[in-house]
Ligand binder design. Structure first.
Ligand code: AMP
Ligand code: TRP
Length: 334
């Protein structure tokens, strides 16, 4: 059975981009794979964070993973900081990663500009931590949204460099992972600007729909979302990014095919389409929200899931770490 690994940071609310770009794909493929899915709380401190929120957001995200349909027979769910091997491998890989590989990362450049003087070393090192997250579990596939593609490429570069430096030519120590990026939903766009991706860090709440938004909030956001003056909705017209984005949301959340949605909506005005989209989003999120509430009401269960996850994850991660250290020539701990 092939293995899958992925994670999301516990920073703020999950939105439809996180769901459609990542989590929904984990859930859909889960029975084919052996899945390791974690909460990236070490990544969550690469930008200034609020200590009072970190643990709470970690539990919220774990509950959302389960509410979205991850099931424990196929998936191991754990918290990154509970498995120290992630931090330790990061140090080892730091020492073989050329600095300019990191300063070239698009996401670093974007985030660093926004932070001004307040850029910590952790923000630069974020992709090496991500590479460690991945490589410890030797996954075949890493399902992520489009924005993580460059970090996956860096991970592959690190693997090749490590194996070149420390492995025998036909016996690689680290395993090359493949990104798994679905076309549909890989880049959900902002509701207020169809040319920008939906993001947790957009200052406007109106730009995104969160998985835990109430029906009223969802209705309000869709009512106010950006449209265009053209009548009739269409996919794939670069002049009409909002039309493409909202139709894609409708398609993915209604479960209809692209052809069905095209036929249904090509003659609709926005005034007719918006209520339809609103109802579809509300109905799609309702079961997730109900399940989320039930899980949050049972803290003991959630803790047992994460405790179990930590043990299963650690067993795999520690083996890889030991292999890496042996290849680099470390003495065995006494
Ligand atoms: P983050 O919120 O940065 O922790 O992202 C968690 C996961 O959601 C990653 O796999 C991202 O690629 C994915 N993701 C984030 N924003 C979007 C978006 N607007 N569209 C599609 N996927 C996204
Ligand atoms: N950097 C990812 C994001 O922001 C989250 C993440 C951390 C991740 N480590 C990972 C995703 C390992 C996949 C694999 O979305």
């Amino acid at each position: 059975r092939q293995r899958v690994l992925s994670g999301v940071q516990p920073t703020g609310n999950l939105h439809l981009g996180n769901y459609l770009g990542a989590i929904r794909n984990w859930v859909e493929g889960q029975s084919q794979y052996d899945n390791f899915l974690f909460i990236a709380d070490l990544h969550a401190v690469t930008l200034p964070h609020n200590p009072a929120e970190l643990a709470k957001n970690t539990y919220t995200l774990a509950a959302l993973y389960l509410a979205c349909g991850l099931d424990l027979t196929h998936s191991t769910i754990f918290v990154q900081s509970h498995v120290p091997a992630h931090t330790e491998l990061t140090w080892l890989l730091n020492c073989i990663t050329p600095l300019n590989w990191l300063t070239d990362m698009i996401q670093f450049k974007e985030k660093a500009v926004k932070q001004g003087e307040n850029v910590g070393v952790g923000l630069l090192d974020y992709p090496v931590l991500m590479a460690s997250d991945i490589l410890l579990y030797e996954p075949d596939k890493v399902p992520v949204g489009e924005d993580q593609k460059q970090h996956l490429e860096l991970t592959r570069d690190i693997v090749n460099r490590f194996n070149y430096l420390f492995a025998k030519p036909d016996q690689p120590v680290l395993k090359l992972p493949e990104p798994l990026i679905r076309k549909e939903g890989a880049r959900v766009m902002s509701l207020t600007d169809g040319t920008k991706k939906m993001s947790k860090s957009d200052p406007s709440e109106l730009s995104r729909i969160n998985l835990l938004d109430s029906a009223d909030e969802i209705a309000k956001k869709i009512k106010k979302c950006k449209t265009d003056p053209t009548r009739g909705l269409e996919f794939d017209n670069p002049e009409r990014p909002e039309s493409n984005n909202l139709l894609t949301l409708y398609m993915l959340l209604s479960g209809k095919t692209k052809e069905e949605v095209t036929t249904e909506c090509q003659d609709m005005g926005w005034g007719q389409f918006k209520p339809l989209l609103t109802e579809t989003v509300i109905n799609a999120l309702k079961p997730i929200q109900e399940k989320y509430q039930a899980i949050m009401d049972d803290r003991g269960y959630l803790e047992s899931v994460l405790r179990h996850g930590k043990h299963k994850a650690e067993a795999v991660a520690n083996q890889t770490l030991a292999k890496v250290k042996a290849a680099m020539g470390y003495s065995t701990p006494l």
